[in-house]
Design a protein around this ligand. Structure first.
Ligand code: SF4
Length: 479
């Protein structure tokens, strides 16, 4: 179950033009459900409270009607308040129904999470096999010590944690996520006029070392091109019109992304796709192949407008590489989403202005200026702890998400050189300034392809206007 997001933690003022201004299916849940189905005769339902816009009352009715034997919940740090409210709801309906949490938050804060009220089990990644073994144990001898990667409480409420065993399953071994378990027609992205949009995984892990990213230095693994193409064909057969690869970064290995592109061409998949990418290893040959296989957009993290700040971020790219990569994308007719961060370590007001100038120079199709928010399990968070910029507040939050919110908890930004108010103002001012440039507006009008496209762009502009106008007065104090 994907919980509601009414209490999602955010450092954003309003909606912005991002890949998040979309509904993306909870792919991890679909993988768990599809794998579980291969392991026995289970009746499985997947509820995405967010895309179905379920209120807690409606969610309660759905759970009471279904009466599940176990509930699994996706836990992200930013949605932990709603995760805990949903866990409490399940227990209110049926105190004996086990609640199991999995997802990026519990991979980091396993011990804090298993000690929370209403949480019976926590599974760390990879969860597919562990969850199905847990289900078998619940149906049989209840030997929870036999479930790899499981944390649980015994009758005395003492906590036990089993080590996760190295998986022998490759990404190609997993069954394709069964998208029909969800109302797949409802998923969309403000970045594209195609609907519905699906998501999929072609690779996991990233060897790069960006200080703000929890995936830094993780071992990459890839799927074969034929497997990716077969899954896209299956998605196409049920009516999905575009696919976004949610891999940490699609072309970490040139050979793998070229193989996928070639398979999409050879098997005549004919479905538009997008992916996240880096500027340092794009070349003309790759982009030609991407384009030929259906690539329509790349989401690219540039982060900063000076090489000095990029070095501090350990991004391992240069501004010249960014210039070259964005030009290549434009030349090959591939849309781009550029991500920038305001308030990086060591960043001055001049650096922020250089970031804005670079954003304009790159001419991405869309841009996002976010505020630097140190996340758990990142080098940046450790840097903040070491320098005394903040205490270990994410761990504190994880020990009591509901209580933290009642006490006014908010995610902290990197405030070495700017206050939080200034960061909000700077990011919002530059977002607005970027989109309301005459050159950008003229280009967007020329690029309108249909009435639906016009509606989508108008909605994005309205969101943007409402989201940023609150910040302009605050900015006037700064620049
Ligand atoms: S930000 Fe992207 S490139 Fe950098 S470590 Fe994370 S996934 Fe890798």
């Amino acid at each position: 179950m994907n919980p509601p997001a009414f209490n999602e933690l955010t450092t954003q003022v309003g909606k912005e033009i991002t890949e998040n201004s979309s509904f993306q299916p909870p792919l991890g849940l679909l993988y768990i459900a599809s794998y579980l189905r291969t392991q026995g005769d289970h009746e499985i339902r997947v509820i995405d409270s967010q895309v179905d816009r379920l209120s807690y009352e409606q969610l309660k009715a759905a759970i009471a009607d279904w009466r599940p034997d176990i509930v699994g919940l996706t836990a992200l740090t930013f949605t932990m308040v709603d995760v805990m409210m949903t866990a409490a709801l399940v227990k209110k309906i049926d105190p004996d129904c086990p609640v199991c949490l999995g997802g990026p938050h519990v991979d980091i804060y396993t011990q804090e999470t298993i000690r929370l009220k209403h949480v019976d089990f926590v599974i760390t990644k990879p969860g597919e096999s562990s969850f199905s073994i847990l289900v078998k144990q619940l149906e049989g001898s209840r030997r929870f010590d036999q479930v790899p990667g499981l944390s649980y409480k015994d009758e005395n409420q003492d906590v036990h944690s089993n080590p996760q065993t190295p998986t022998t399953l490759t990404l190609d071994d997993l069954p394709f996520p069964d998208r029909t378990l969800l109302p797949f027609q409802k998923y969309y992205s403000i970045m594209t006029a195609n609907r519905p949009v699906g998501t999929m995984v072609t690779a996991k892990g990233c060897p790069y070392m960006c200080v703000f990213c929890s995936e830094r230095g993780s071992k990459p693994t890839w799927r074969s091109g034929r497997s990716v193409a077969a899954e896209m064909l299956e998605a196409k057969s049920i009516g999905i019109k575009e696919m976004f690869f949610v891999d940490d970064t699609f072309y970490v290995k040139k050979q793998a992304s070229m193989e996928i592109s070639q398979a999409l061409i050879d098997l005549h998949v004919g479905m538009p796709w997008g992916a996240r990418a880096r500027v340092n290893n794009l070349d003309q040959g790759m982009l030609e192949k991407f384009r030929e296989s259906g690539c329509q957009r790349l989401h690219i993290g540039v982060e900063a407008g000076t090489d000095r700040v990029l070095k501090i971020l350990q991004k391992n790219i240069t501004t010249d590489q960014a210039r070259r990569a964005f030009k290549l994308c434009r030349d090959n007719g591939i849309n781009t989403m550029a991500y920038f961060i305001i308030g990086n370590p060591g960043e001055t007001l001049e650096d922020v202005q250089a970031t804005f100038r670079l954003a304009c120079e790159l001419e991405p199709t869309t841009v996002q200026f976010s505020r630097m928010t140190p996340m758990p399990a990142t080098e940046l968070y450790e840097m903040g702890l070491r320098s005394g910029l903040f205490p270990d507040y994410w761990r504190e939050f994880s020990r009591d998400p509901l209580g933290s919110i009642e006490r006014g908890f908010r995610p902290k930004m990197w405030t070495e050189n700017f206050s939080e108010e200034e960061l909000f103002a700077l990011a919002d001012h530059h977002t607005r300034k970027f989109y309301f440039r005459p050159k950008y507006m003229a280009r967007s009008v020329v690029a309108v392809r249909s009435f639906h496209d016009l509606k989508r762009k108008t909605r994005a502009a309205v969101d943007l206007f409402h989201g940023t106008r609150q910040s302009t007065t605050r900015l006037q104090k700064l620049i």
